[in-house]
Design a protein around this ligand. Sequence first.
Ligand SMILES: [Zn+2]
Ligand SMILES: [Zn+2]
Length: 244
Amino acid sequence: MFGYKCPVCGKETQYIPKFQGLCLDCFIKTRLGESLNGIESIKIDGKICPICGRISFNGSWYFLSKKLIEKRILGYLKDRVNLKSLGKISIEVVLNDDNILDIIETEEINGNFALRLEENILKQGIFTIKLKKKICPSCTSKAAGKYFESIIHIRLNVKTKDELRMKKKLIREIILSKVNDPFVNIKTLRNGFDVRLSDKVFESELLKLLSKNFTNIKINRYSTKKKTPDKKKIITINHLSITL
Ligand SMILES: [Zn+2]
Ligand SMILES: [Zn+2]
């Protein structure tokens, strides 16, 4: 069989018009020169929120995904190598560990990448993303009590001052020590509390605890709409009026 040979290096190859008849290696060399050399090992900086695990590379914060890392590594390569007009470029990464708790602890994401031109591998290598811990804007708003999804209005039905004092003490203890919301915010009122929960998921947790400790609970629900602190979204706030 007479195979087609690359006119530059003489290697047997397929004739691919897009590669101007060259083999892949020679095509890459003529188009990219030596610019792919030295990027077998990539180091990138980023930030990680130690509370929610969101990751940021340039201002926006996202939860970890393969896609997020692929986009960042492709961006890194495009900044250094002229990949324009080569053809269909794609990237694939494999993360060594995608457990976000490990990543928060080690402040590092590691893995392998493969840069492809159509089905051909242009470059393979390893990457390390060094992460600095920084609390993300969403967690900052929650910590400041500016972002909440649920307000529980607790009002106490009592006959004596002693009863009021005891009920208030118990409710405070329940909310502060047993509800897992790290951003719970309690406003103490004369005959109860306004409790702000950062996430609706904590509502049922709190209700369960209250009904364990109190009988005769009356609950009224309604909801309101509110803009998020960054004014980008409108969210529904749950209100629960609870009489104990
Ligand atoms: Zn060649
Ligand atoms: Zn966060």
